[in-house]
Structure formats: structure tokens, C-alpha cells
Ligand binder design. Structure first.
Ligand SMILES: *[C@@H]1O[C@H](CO)[C@@H](O)[C@H](O)[C@H]1NC(C)=O
Ligand SMILES: *[C@@H]1O[C@H](CO)[C@@H](O)[C@H](O)[C@H]1NC(C)=O
Ligand SMILES: *[C@@H]1O[C@H](CO)[C@@H](O)[C@H](O)[C@H]1NC(C)=O
Ligand SMILES: *[C@@H]1O[C@H](CO)[C@@H](O)[C@H](O)[C@H]1NC(C)=O
Ligand SMILES: *[C@@H]1O[C@H](CO)[C@@H](O)[C@H](O)[C@H]1NC(C)=O
Ligand SMILES: *[C@@H]1O[C@H](CO)[C@@H](O)[C@H](O)[C@H]1NC(C)=O
Ligand SMILES: *[C@@H]1O[C@H](CO)[C@@H](O)[C@H](O)[C@H]1NC(C)=O
Ligand SMILES: *[C@@H]1O[C@H](CO)[C@@H](O)[C@H](O)[C@H]1NC(C)=O
Ligand SMILES: *[C@@H]1O[C@H](CO)[C@@H](O)[C@H](O)[C@H]1NC(C)=O
Ligand SMILES: [Zn+2]
Length: 721
């Protein structure tokens, strides 16, 4: 995913957890490495694998899901009992689980209102909470959470407004080019494409006074009322029109975690810094499609037409809206918004299965906090799966099994505010984590629909796809018979690099190999009401995953993958594939350079990848030989190298302008916030015309890859087998 705004947005390919926008990489087809291989069918499982897979019970997953989706568990809402309940379930299954309390910065609205005043002086007040649906019990909970933007600024604004499309930098530039005055106006932006906080940042950077973000049926694929589908909840897979997408508007491409302790752990006595660089200074409010029609409809015929603005995804699908830029003279938005911030305790839950080696640790994590009373998809499909997974591992433990490597299960809190629980925990355990972690597996929206997506590092890709071949996919969903077939059909085998948007970020930026696993809705699936009060148990049972069979398949997949990584004699990493992935990133960079028509010598990077490839091939064959000779000493050395080599990709000073993003291989795009850019400082230097930065980082990135290659190098003299 590049920064230039040329990427097309469509509902396909990969899901990145905690978001509902699919960013299709136009180069995905060229990046395909995973040819369709013969799938062994029916899959052959070992005894232990059989125990894990057979342990999964859709009825108990449904029970866990029911529990998680019937109480307020927004980060900072003091629902410690849910954290304790999670620890209790894990403990019952033989994990040693405890709570870790962290005080973090959170925000909550005290007063929030948005009104439109038309030229005839009539006023329309937007509804900042969804309609109550009698069929769906949790939509009427008295403590249901209003729709708001965490980390948004307080403020009162009355101003005319301009429709800014998806709100990317290119949209604002185009509107300026057309001569539209932006200063002092309110930006009205369509959700999707990029992270919401970046839309608000761009509005702020263009001198605008406030922002309103709306949902459009453009992103609902074929499942729209326009196409004849009924809306949720009555017989309807289409979007309930009053649904509103909540979410944080922090500047996610600049930092992760608690914005008052960027780069260090939030503890009881931790000094707390200014949030200004990391959070908006203008107020912003999310609205539904119903209110978007009232807001955008008033711009019809004013300013420039969508055709004239000519930006991708500028023209959406709302009825009675012509998608003019505005402003409409005299038509104003009145935003009144008071946010309260506080330092609040949140609770991570960490469960442990000790391995025979405690120097190698596999971590599996999911966040627990949700934007709404439900959260059936985001994130509690993953939470229910983790409990069932602890039950499956409990069965192995009961037979006296002890994994070779230690397994940690993590239930993170306050992810939705900005990955706070995971980031602060990583920051407070950093020296230990960088010495023992072999990989971090993340599951956030475990099930938002039937389309499985992966993103992650090159070492883990092969074992992940091989493991998917062992999982039967539920009949009646897409293409089977295995999860692999289904995944491959939806994604064409493309595994994107890690950007941001869920709890893997802190691990990856400290050089820990990571994989993000999710399932989402596609263009022909029931619309998943992301971050809305309709992400509920009722929706899941009736539309998202009736029977909880996708939950079951995802859980079986996570369990076998965790088991294989934790218990294989040699870590099941594919290093030659890592080289291929680096080569793909490099080719993508070359295309960026060609598109920008600049002259840059990338030879150091190419050569470094070549050296990495040699070491990758060498250690792979050393591993095969050691296994053949049953050479325990060499196997131990190889495992430690597999564990450690990615620390080499970390730049100690961080990437330019964002020192907690430190991995030179990928980071969220500065103007995207979710989707990844590869070799970020080089790509950004090329695209912004800062060739000095690009040159400097070609060398630094090459050095980082050489450091990783050096860690992989096996000195047989020293091993002394
Ligand atoms: C915490 O969440 C649980 C499970 O959803 C719920 O039963 C409980 O009422 C919640 N506690 C509070 C204080 O809201
Ligand atoms: C469980 O974990 C706690 C906290 O880490 C530790 O104090 C305790 O010794 C552990 N118990 C067992 C049985 O390992
Ligand atoms: C005022 O204008 C709005 C927008 O065109 C329209 O919906 C509303 O009905 C009008 N009100 C009156 C009283 O004419
Ligand atoms: C829209 O922009 C594209 C390039 O981004 C250009 O090729 C096309 O001619 C433009 N269309 C109009 C109607 O201006
Ligand atoms: C703007 O909205 C606020 C909050 O509802 C209200 O108090 C105020 O009177 C409104 N201002 C105007 C000019 O309508
Ligand atoms: C795991 O190992 C640690 C460190 O040796 C020990 O303190 C802890 O009690 C063990 N926990 C379990 C559950 O065996
Ligand atoms: C996915 O499955 C559909 C239906 O069987 C088929 O038409 C399509 O070609 C498949 N796509 C891929 C990439 O395998
Ligand atoms: C579990 O699966 C069985 C078999 O498909 C089904 O009859 C049952 O209703 C499912 N349970 C739940 C809670 O959906
Ligand atoms: C490999 O070596 C280990 C430890 O030296 C030993 O316990 C094991 O039985 C050996 N395995 C084979 C297949 O020889
Ligand atoms: Zn989430």
C-alpha cells in the first residue's frame, strides 16, 4: 500500500483487524508467492493435533461469546470482573493466569451534539446513538455507549462545511487546487480507505475547525437496501441505517499506546507528557447514514460535482446525495463537544503454560475491550476463541504434556483507545520480551464474516498456510473443503505486511515476528456493523456466524498453529520465504521510485537482501542436517537464531518523525494509519521529494538487513558440534 493515494479501495483481499476497510494492493497479484499446492485431503493430524481440534465445541464458544457481549467493557469502564472472569476460565483449564493493572489515559464525552442549520433556518439535530431494536437485546441496555471519537478534542464550532471525500491528503490538495476555501470550515469525510484519525489530522492540518465522519453504503458491497436487501434486524443482511462507527481519532501513524507515555511504560508513578502531538486539536463526531443524507444533501448543487473533483471513492451510494463538495452558503454545522479525560486503570490478563525451555516464548493475544455492549465480532469473537483454545490446551496438559516452549495467552484491555493495554505491557516487559519472544500471534476480529485474512512476517507465512490446510472449513461458506482453500480463494494467496490497527504493533516494532489473523465480511456477505451498537450477539447468531462454525474453524487454526510453533523441535520458520518477501518489498520500492521518476541507488539494499538470502539458505539446510543427525546442540543454536534475527530490523532511534515505530521493513503509512508502507522512510522520502532521507535510509535499511543476516549466520567453529 503506497502513500500516493492511487490505491483502489475495494471489498476483497485482506482484512486488517479492528477495521472494516479493505485496502487492496494493486500489486497483490504480482506479489503472489504461494502457488496453489495440492492439499492433502482429508487432512492428516497427529494425536495431539487431533485432541486440540476435537476439543472445539461450537456450543461452548457460543456461551463464552454470550458472556462477553452482555456488559459494558469499553476500556476504562472499570469492568475488572470481566478480566477476572477471563483469568478464571483460563485457570480452570490449567493455565496460570493473572491480571496486570495499568493506569492509562482515556477520554469519554460529557456532552456531544451536532446540528445542521439550513438557509430557511430550520435545524436538524443528528442522532448520536443508534436506534433501539426490540429484536436485539443489547441495543437497549441503559448503559449503552454513545457514538464518539476517543481522543477527539473538545470545542464549539459553528461553520459552513466542505465534503472532503475519504479525507486523505490528496483529497484536500485537490479541493485547494479547485479553489475551495477550507480554513475555518468543518470537514465532512467518508469513513473508509484510511484510518479515521488521519482524516481528522488532515482536516486540522488544512486549517479546518472541526470534522464529521459518516458511514456510506459504498463500502457495503452488494448487500444494500438499494439492491433490494432488507436492513438489519428483520430478515436483513443490509446495514441498519442508524448504525454509527465509533473509534479513536488518535494519530495512529505517529505512535501507539498511551499518548501521555509515548515510548515508555505507563505505571502508577510514570511522568505524563503532553498529548498535543498525538491527538487532534479540533473536535470530531461520527454520524450515521441517515444523518449523512441530511448533511450532504444540503450541499447538492454547491461547489464542485464529484465528477469534477475526480477523486477515487468520492462519490458514494447514499440516496438523495449528489456528492458535491460544497460549501453551501449559509448552511452551517453546529458542533458542541466536551470530552473528559482521565487516567484510568485497565486490566490485561496474562496466562502461562510453562515450556521445558523458558528462553523461548510464543505469545497469543486478543483484546477484550469493545466499543459497544456487544462487540461480538470486534474483539470478542477472538476472546471466545481464546477461552476455547485454553480448554483445548488444557486437555493436552491433563495428559501430562509440556510444550518445548512457553506459551503466553494475553487478553489486552483498552485496545480501542490506541493499543494501550498491549503497548504498555510490551514497554514494561521489553528487555525480557526481546530476549525470549519467538513470535506474537494476534486475533482481534476473529469472525466478522467468513473471509479469513492474514498479514504478517515472512518466517510465519508458510507454517500458517500449511496449518490452514489441516482445518476443515464449515460447509456452506465459500470455497472448501479446508480453511486454506477458502482463504486462498478470497485473498488469492496475498499476505500483506504489517501496518497498524491492532495489538501486534508493539511487538513488530520491537523486532518480534508477528502474524495477524482475522475473518471479515466480503461484498456478498451480511454487512458487519463495525464499531456500531449492532456488533452484537444477536447479529452474530443470525447473520455473522450462525452455529459458530467459523469461530470453531478459526480457533482450531490458532490452536494448531500455536501448538506447532511451541512444540516443534526446530521452529517451523521458512527463511527462504522471508527472503522472497524482502524481495517483494524491494520490488515494490523500485516501482515507487520509478513512479516518482527519481534517480536513487538502491544497490546496497539489493545486496543486503542477497546476503540475507545466502544466510537463510545456509541455516535452513543446517537445520535439516541437524535434524537428520539429531544434533541437539546445533538445533538449539538454530532456534535461538530464528528467535533473534528480526531484532536486527529495528532501528534504535526509530523511523523519522515517529520514534516508537522502529521496524525498517514496514509501518503504517503516514497518511493511512492502518495499511503498511514497505521500507517506510525510503518510500516516504521518495514520495515527498526528500531524496536525502531516502538515501540515508537505503543505507540504514540495508544495514538492518545485514544485521539480521549476521544473526542468522552459523559459525560451526563456535557451535562445536
Ligand atoms: C462486565 O461485563 C460483564 C460481561 O459482559 C457483565 O456481565 C457485567 O455486568 C459488566 N460489568 C459492568 C460493571 O458493567
Ligand atoms: C502463577 O503465576 C504467579 C504470578 O506470575 C506466580 O506467582 C505463581 O507462582 C504461579 N503459580 C504457579 C503454580 O506456577
Ligand atoms: C428547510 O430546508 C431543509 C433542507 O432543504 C428542508 O429539509 C426543510 O424541510 C426546510 N424546512 C422548512 C420549514 O421549509
Ligand atoms: C480524472 O483524473 C484522472 C487521473 O487521475 C484523469 O486521467 C482523468 O482524465 C480525470 N477525469 C476528469 C473527468 O477530469
Ligand atoms: C449550537 O448547539 C448548542 C448545543 O446544542 C446550543 O446550545 C447552541 O444554542 C447552538 N447554537 C446555535 C447558534 O444554534
Ligand atoms: C513457570 O515457570 C516460572 C519460572 O520458572 C515459575 O516461577 C512458575 O511458577 C511456573 N509456572 C507454572 C504454571 O508452572
Ligand atoms: C474462488 O471461487 C470461485 C467459485 O468457485 C471461483 O470462480 C474463483 O475462480 C475462485 N478464485 C480463486 C482466486 O481461486
Ligand atoms: C452447534 O452446531 C450444531 C451442528 O451444526 C448445531 O445444531 C448447533 O445449533 C450449534 N450450536 C450453536 C450454539 O449454534
Ligand atoms: C535425539 O537425541 C535426544 C537427546 O540427545 C534423544 O533423547 C533422542 O532419543 C534422540 N532421537 C533419536 C531419533 O535418535
Ligand atoms: Zn478490535
Amino acid at each position: 500500500m503506497r502513500l500516493s493515494g492511487t490505491a483502489i479501495i475495494c471489498i476483497s483481499t485482506t482484512a486488517i483487524a479492528c477495521r472494516h476497510d479493505w485496502i487492496h494492493n494493486p500489486r497483490a497479484k504480482k506479489l503472489q508467492r504461494l502457488a496453489k499446492r495440492q492439499v492433502e485431503y482429508p487432512p492428516v493430524l497427529s494425536d495431539a493435533e487431533q485432541i486440540l481440534v476435537n476439543s472445539f465445541d461450537n456450543n461452548s464458544i457460543s456461551d463464552w461469546a454470550y458472556y462477553y457481549t452482555h456488559g459494558d467493557h469499553l476500556g476504562g469502564s472499570h469492568n475488572k470482573s470481566m478480566a477476572q472472569w477471563t483469568a478464571d476460565r483460563w485457570n480452570e483449564n490449567g493455565l496460570n493466569a493473572s491480571l496486570y493493572e495499568i493506569p492509562v489515559y482515556t477520554t469519554y464525552p460529557q456532552h456531544s451534539s451536532l446540528a445542521i442549520r439550513y438557509t430557511n433556518s430550520s435545524v436538524h439535530n443528528a442522532n448520536l446513538i443508534e436506534d433501539v431494536l426490540v429484536e436485539d437485546d443489547t441495543t437497549s441496555f441503559p448503559n449503552r455507549i454513545p457514538a464518539f471519537h476517543a481522543m477527539s478534542a473538545s470545542g464549539k464550532v459553528i461553520a459552513e462545511y466542505v465534503y472532503v471525500g475519504r479525507g486523505a491528503q490528496g483529497d484536500f490538495n485537490r479541493l485547494r487546487e479547485l479553489g475551495i476555501e477550507l480554513e475555518g470550515k468543518v470537514a465532512v469525510a467518508m469513513y473508509g480507505g484510511i484510518y479515521r484519525g488521519i482524516k481528522v489530522k488532515n482536516a486540522q492540518d488544512n486549517g479546518m475547525a472541526g470534522a464529521v465522519l459518516f458511514t456510506d453504503s459504498l463500502d457495503d458491497g452488494e448487500i444494500t437496501t438499494k439492491n433490494g436487501y432488507a436492513a438489519y434486524p428483520i430478515d436483513g443482511p443490509a446495514r441498519q441505517p442508524s448504525s454509527i462507527q465509533r473509534g479513536s481519532v488518535r494519530f495512529s501513524s505517529l505512535y501507539s499506546g498511551d499518548p501521555t507515555t509515548v515510548g515508555y511504560a505507563s505505571g502508577p508513578g510514570a511522568p505524563r507528557g503532553d498529548t498535543t502531538p498525538y491527538t487532534p486539536s479540533i473536535p470530531s463526531i461520527p454520524v450515521s447514514m441517515i444523518d449523512a443524507v441530511k448533511i450532504l444533501g444540503a450541499l447538492n448543487g454547491h461547489g464542485f460535482s464529484g465528477q469534477k473533483v475526480n477523486r477515487s471513492s468520492y462519490v458514494g451510494h447514499l440516496e438523495d446525495v449528489e456528492y458535491f463538495s460544497g460549501p453551501a452558503p449559509g448552511v452551517t454545522i453546529n458542533i458542541t463537544h466536551f470530552m473528559k479525560s482521565s487516567i484510568t486503570p485497565v486490566w490485561n490478563v496474562i496466562g502461562v503454560i510453562n515450556g521445558t525451555s523458558q528462553d523461548e516464548v510464543v505469545i497469543v493475544g486478543n483484546h477484550r475491550d469493545a466499543w459497544v455492549i456487544g462487540g461480538a465480532a470486534d474483539p470478542n469473537s477472538g476472546s471466545a476463541i481464546l477461552i476455547e483454545m485454553s480448554r483445548a490446551f488444557g486437555k493436552l496438559l491433563a495428559q501430562g504434556w509440556k510444550p518445548k516452549r512457553t506459551i503466553l495467552l494475553a487478553s489486552w484491555d483498552a485496545e480501542e483507545f490506541g493499543l494501550q493495554g498491549s503497548t504498555e505491557w510490551v514497554e514494561s516487559h521489553l528487555p525480557w520480551l526481546t530476549s525470549v519472544s519467538v513470535s506474537y500471534l494476534n486475533i482481534d476480529i476473529g469472525v466478522g464474516g467468513p473471509r479469513t485474512g492474514l498479514s504478517g512476517t515472512g518466517d510465519l507465512q508458510t507454517i500458517a498456510t500449511e496449518t490452514m490446510k489441516k482445518i476443515l472449513y464449515p460447509e456452506g461458506y465459500g470455497v472448501g473443503p479446508t480453511l486454506y482453500d477458502s482463504w486462498r480463494n478470497y485473498t488469492e494467496g496475498y499476505i500483506p505486511p504489517l501496518g497498524s490497527g491492532s495489538d501486534y504493533a508493539a511487538f513488530w516494532h520491537n523486532g518480534i515476528s508477528a502474524l495477524d489473523i482475522s475473518s471479515d465480511a466480503g461484498p456478498t456477505d451480511p454487512v458487519y456493523h463495525y464499531h456500531s451498537n449492532y456488533d452484537t450477539f444477536h447479529w452474530m447468531v443470525n447473520f455473522g456466524d450462525p452455529g459458530f462454525h467459523v469461530h470453531t474453524a478459526m480457533g482450531q487454526f490458532m490452536s494448531l498453529l500455536t501448538y506447532t510453533i511451541a512444540d516443534s523441535r526446530i521452529l517451523p520458520y521458512d527463511l527462504p520465504n522471508y527472503e522472497n518477501v524482502l524481495q517483494d518489498y524491494y520490488n515494490e520500492l523500485l516501482e515507487t521510485i520509478a513512479d516518482a521518476n527519481v534517480d536513487l541507488n538502491t544497490t546496497p539494499l539489493r545486496d543486503a537482501i542477497g546476503t540475507f538470502g545466502e544466510k537463510a539458505a545456509q541455516i535452513t539446510s543446517a537445520g535439516q542436517t541437524a535434524q537428520m543427525l539429531n544434533d541437539t546442540a546445533i538445533i538449539q543454536v538454530i532456534n535461538s537464531k530464528y528467535r533473534d534475527f528480526q531484532r536486527g530490523f529495528v532501528s534504535q532511534g526509530g523511523l523519522p518523525s515517529r520514534n516508537t515505530f522502529r521496524n525498517v521493513l514496514s509501518a503504517p503509512g503516514l497518511d493511512n494509519g492502518y495499511g503498511a508502507v514497505v521500507f517506510p522512510p525510503i518510500t516516504e522520502g521518495v514520495e515527498s521529494g526528500d531524496l536525502a532521507q531516502a538515501e540515508e535510509w537505503i543505507q540504514k535499511s540495508a544495514n538492518a538487513i545485514l544485521r539480521a543476516a549476521e544473526i542468522l549466520d552459523i559459525d560451526y567453529g563456535k557451535v562445536g558440534s
